[in-house]
Write a protein that binds this ligand. Sequence first.
Ligand code: 4AZ
Length: 479
Amino acid sequence: MEHRQTESPPSYDYVMNHNTPPPSYPSLETLSATQVQPYYIPQPVHQTPAPCAQTIPAQTVRASSQRNKRYCFGGSSVTAVIVVLVVIAVWIGVRYGPSLWALTEKETPPDTCPPSSVDCDGKKDCSQGSDECRCVRFGAANELQVMTSKTKSFLPVCAQGWNKDIADQTCQQLGFRQSYEVGFLNTSSFTFQSLNSQFTSTIQASVNTSTSCPGQQTVSLQCSKCGKPPGSRIIGGNAAADGQWPWQASLHFQGSHTCGGSLVAPDFIITAAHCFPKGTTGSQLPSNWKVYIGLVSQLQLPNPYNVKQIILHQNYDPASNNNDIALLKLSKPASNIQPVCLPAFDQKFPAGKKCWTTGFGVIRQGDDSSSTLLMEVEVNLIDSSVCNSYSVYGGRITEKMQCAGDLKGGKDSCQGDSGGPLVCKVDDKWYLAGITSWGNGCGKPNNPGVYTDVGQLLMWIYGKMQLSLICHSLHHKRV
Ligand code: 4AZ
């Protein structure tokens, strides 16, 4: 959470109403690029050798070569065979070692699509079905919008013939367990997706484009009850109240809190890709992680959830932090915990809006242990062109990032908050606007927190949630 570089932790009054400026800091230009990279705590450095690079102790080599001496004298061909085998083994290790390692870490291999593949025709062409996983989205007021291979653009779905069963199947297609609420909207659209007589495999395979829809009624669909905390109350301090942020997750790597996360569907946590650095042995291995959800104190941990799969954004760039997003698939669905809402595809959170960020991160920059209690702080969304200006982040803010905090300093997230939520309230519901990602230090003037812009990555999120639940099992196209 918020941090000052003084000896005592910041008081809530300071976070919210401080009037003394924090001490001065080196300007951004004097800091090297590496100093502004996010890092997370604790940074476990493991000495376990990589499985593909095991070295044989020198003594063993000597002993075995002595034992084999008589064969060596007896036939140089045996030596030659051994040398050839060693050379082949080394070559296999170098050539395939990294990919074997990656597979043991359950890294998803990239999808392969034939040139003839057709997007959104309801038939899986790509080996993992990515051609069928970006065909559904939600507009304002949860308007369901579907793209088909014929329309090639997203159109609302006509309400005629819609029922609970189709709603459930559509939500399941998107990675949810079932639907939560169906509504109908009056639309001014001229083109629709109209339901066929029966639902077949996916919603995009079950609709046809039409220019008429009785009563102009289209479908609004919500796949979960989200964003309405059961313990909602006026926030009076910087330690969060129980039930205020039920979707908050604490991700423990090998037994310690390492990153935050947010529950977005019963089976999925959204977090930051930088929580799983390639250089930290085992950080991409699901069994090294435990997920605690809905907690407000690290001293009262609920039952943990195990992780079935870690899905990192394929274009996450650790140098720039672009696309700093990851999904964790839980090994069983989280029960009775309310997720945060995902924004609609065109939902904009305006600059200046007051939103909140929460986490178990350090209370003061440079501390080596994270907060025992869940902390919360109100932050302002900052316009990207301001955040990108020379005096702030000088061009380092991409369109996948959103700055939030206070340019005067003081209100910020910090190490250990990474991966956690930046949430904004709209019409009485909390939406996940950002994922805590990086910043130059914490709470410093002109160095606000930088968050992954969730609204820019919705297709990735829904696509991956679908891939992991349903797209694998879609029928292959017959040619
Ligand atoms: C981090 O290292 C981190 N002040 C998170 C947030 C911020 C800086 C660093 C923003 O996890």
